[in-house]
Design a binder for this molecule. Structure first.
Ligand SMILES: *Cc1c(COP(=O)(O)O)cnc(C)c1O
Length: 724
């Protein structure tokens, strides 16, 4: 790699374009605020305690209107707000401090993790959740990928991300008066986001060609900076492409199978070509979930072009590819018919000089079975030197599921390991709590070496109960304030009666125990368990020591069962007896998630075992002292110790009805006998001592083990640096 492509261990491809975009933005704001234009073009601010706050302090209304997109905010903020901010000395100093923080971060040397900066890890994923202002994610997989990039940046691990720039992102959700979900999309303009189109020396956009459907699709590449880690996003929305080609990067997980397969071809094969066009030769290709598996086909093609035989080429590719699987059910692993593969990749086999059948065999569990549709996961496993699941239980499930790919291996000996997921602490701890931790934990507690040391977190016990409780109240008030204003808007938009609209301003009560349930509304997440026994849930909502529910989540557009379940929840919400104790936030995204995980008291998760591969929202909740009440599946089976939350039996049971009935009963029992009494048991000052004890146990035991630092430690040690 040419040396000018590396600075302090950071890949520079496209860095000049980002700098130019930031300079253009700086020219449009008062000179004293120019540092903020630089800050706006690197997502590093997202996990700085003052990052979000400074934009809000400049113009809170506009910040919300721009959906927390810093570039649009600085482009569109009224001059009056910017002038006022520029005249505020302390705000100007804060802007400069943020910029300095960013420069210091970029000027650190690369880590000594054994990955050479000139040969970084290339992390491929179909979605990345960095912040709600970059809508190229849908849920947990994306949030995890984003957290991995942020953590790689924190530890200066040489890494680049490869993804797609969806112009319309994931669908947005609206609920109508009957509680029915509707989906809509709108286009976004990347010029108004913290991204820059990468150009060559002479200012022309870098263009890569990827053969899909038998013709070349032209691709541009955008750079998004995530601290020290560049994320490269592929874009086909170009006038030279025909409408079908342009649509490839329109929507995340489009409903059309052929478009989806084309997206995977673009991500995998296109991603490899983009790396080459940018002169980046990665030492490791990390495929996060099976979507990018076509990367291995492109790598094989390249090896064969250099003279290797098909088998040699596969062997060489395997030496540098690693794979993380996230799906615990066979149906979740997408397969495509041989015909679909041939339609999307017609010339690839020919270009490789192998017949199509040879390629399709790589994606079948039983290569000789021509009736078996090849799948992305089987292809990924077969072409990787290592495969891992995302929790201890999920590792076991994956060994069972994929045993047939390793003929002669007993289930225990199937070479699939696990790295339990983690969440990026600095991104997910709410600033008021972070300030409290700054006061009571050792200095630099969030740094790599300290944050995973349980001793660092012992100091949580030293925080005075009153202070922790005051922070809980602040976060709870913040959340409920948001819920109320959002609910008023939602009801107005929906056309509800004015009576009902006005009631929204009294939704939820900061003094009442709040249960949060927010996630993809898939049937296996079993939201319906909550209303399994309507009388019992009404008693909980209406009792002298009441509870309240806050829900959020999107149902897959084609999942009618999940949509009906959502409608059922709306019936509860519309019940005049308890309407004020049930709220639903539309359009669940990372912004809603960060408010909810910090502002609820209990985080509820009721998946049907073993379908929760890991789960990460419960970790984010736990970092904030929001206590988990969850089925002992995925990560929670590893984290629960009896003192730091509540657990519901995680055993598998083929009899779904019986299992549902048992788990619903367990949920009500725990609520009635443990959760509610503990929350309302107050001392003379109104402080729930027992509750706070559990909050502390939750933060103290979970933060060191389920942060992204431990997760990336594991990836570096067990996966990236395992003998090659
Ligand atoms: C963390 C997160 C998730 C993951 O949630 P789980 O319920 O743990 O699967 C999903 N969506 C968003 C927006 C998140 O931030």
């Amino acid at each position: 790699m040419p040396q000018q492509l590396l600075k302090n261990g950071i890949i520079q491809s496209g860095a000049r374009d980002v700098r130019r975009a930031a300079q253009a933005l700086a020219a449009d704001v008062p000179a004293l605020l120019a540092p903020l234009a630089r800050v706006a073009y690197n997502y590093n601010w997202v996990w700085h305690p003052d990052g979000e706050q400074i934009f809000r302090d400049i113009d809170a209304y506009r910040w919300r209107l721009c959906r927390q997109n810093p570039v649009r905010f600085l482009q569109e903020a009224p001059e009056r707000s910017l002038e006022r901010a520029a005249a505020d000395r302390s705000l100007v100093a804060r802007a400069e401090a943020l910029r300095q923080h960013l420069e210091d971060d970029l000027n650190r040397p690369p880590s000594d993790d054994g990955i050479p900066p000139e040969h970084p890890v290339a992390f491929f994923c179909a979605e990345f959740g960095l912040h709600r202002s970059m809508p190229v994610y849908s849920g947990g997989l994306g949030a995890l990928a984003g957290d991995i990039l942020k953590e790689a940046s924190d530890r200066a691990l040489p890494m680049v991300g490869i993804g797609l720039l969806y112009r319309q992102g994931y669908f947005h959700q609206r609920i109508d008066v009957t509680g029915m979900q509707h989906e809509y999309w709108y286009g976004t303009d990347p010029e108004r986001r913290p991204a820059a189109r990468i150009t060559t020396e002479d200012g022309e956009p870098i263009a890569v060609r990827v053969p899909i459907w038998g013709e070349d699709v032209k691709v541009h590449v955008w750079r998004v900076d995530v601290g020290r880690v560049p994320l490269f996003l592929l874009d086909t929305e170009l006038p030279e492409n025909n409408p079908r080609q342009r649509f490839i990067t329109a929507r995340l997980y489009d409903g059309n199978r052929e478009i989806r397969l084309a997206q995977y071809a673009l991500l995998g094969a296109g991603g490899v070509r983009v790396l080459r066009a940018l002169d980046i030769e990665p030492s490791i290709i990390h495929m996060n979930e099976g979507h990018p598996a076509a990367a291995t086909i492109e790598l094989v093609r390249r090896e064969m072009k250099a003279g290797a035989s098909f088998n040699e080429a596969c062997e060489r590719v395997r030496r540098k590819v690693v794979f993380t699987t996230h799906t615990p059910v066979p149906a979740g692993n997408e397969t495509y018919s041989a015909r679909e593969f041939e339609t999307v990749f017609p010339n690839v086999a020919k270009a490789m000089g192998v017949d199509m059948e040879n390629m399709l065999r790589l994606g079948r569990i039983w290569p000789d079975n021509r009736d078996e549709p090849p799948g992305m996961t089987a292809l990924a496993i077969r072409m990787s030197r290592s495969t891992n699941g995302v929790s201890r239980i999920h590792g076991g499930i994956s060994r069972r599921m994929w045993q047939a790919l390793f003929p002669g291996s007993s289930v225990e000996n199937v070479p699939i390991s696990y790295v339990t997921n983690g969440a990026h602490l600095p991104s997910w701890i709410a600033p008021p709590l972070r300030r409290l931790l700054d006061r009571y934990l050792v200095e630099g507690w969030h740094e790599q070496k300290k944050v995973t040391d349980p001793a660092t977190w012992e100091a949580v016990e030293d925080i005075p109960d009153e202070e922790l409780w005051a922070v809980r109240n602040e976060l709870s008030n913040r959340l409920i304030g948001w819920v109320r204003s959002q609910s008023v808007t939602d009801r107005l938009t929906r056309g509800d009666s004015m009576d009902y609209v006005l009631k929204a301003a009294q939704t939820l009560d900061p003094n009442v125990l709040t249960l949060g349930f927010a996630r993809r509304l898939a049937t296996y997440k079993r939201l319906h368990l909550i209303v399994q026994d309507p009388q019992r849930v009404l008693r909980l909502l209406e009792g002298p020591c009441p509870i309240q529910f806050l829900f959020a989540g999107r149902a897959h557009p084609r999942d009618e069962e999940a949509k009906r379940m959502l409608q059922k929840m709306f019936e509860l919400k519309n019940d005049p007896r308890v309407g004020g104790r049930v709220a639903f936030l539309e359009d669940y995204d990372m912004g809603v998630a960060s408010l909810m995980v910090a502002g609820c008291d209990v985080w509820l998760n009721l998946p049907r075992p073993p379908l929760e591969a890991s789960g990460t929202s419960g970790m984010k909740a736990a970092f904030n002292g929001t206590i988990n009440l969850s089925v002992l599946d995925g990560w929670w089976a590893e984290a629960f110790d009896g003192s730091n939350g509540w657990g519901i039996d995680g055993a598998e049971d083929p009899n779904a009805g019986a299992k549902d009935a048992r788990d619903a009963k367990a949920f009500y029992d725990i609520m009635e006998h443990e959760v509610v009494p503990l929350f309302y048991d107050r001392d003379a000052n109104g402080i729930p001592r027992g509750w706070i004890k559990r909050m502390k146990a939750c933060i103290r035991t979970i933060a060191p083990r389920f942060g992204a630092t431990r997760m990336v430690d594991d990836y570096v040690r067990k996966i990236y640096n395992a003998s090659r």
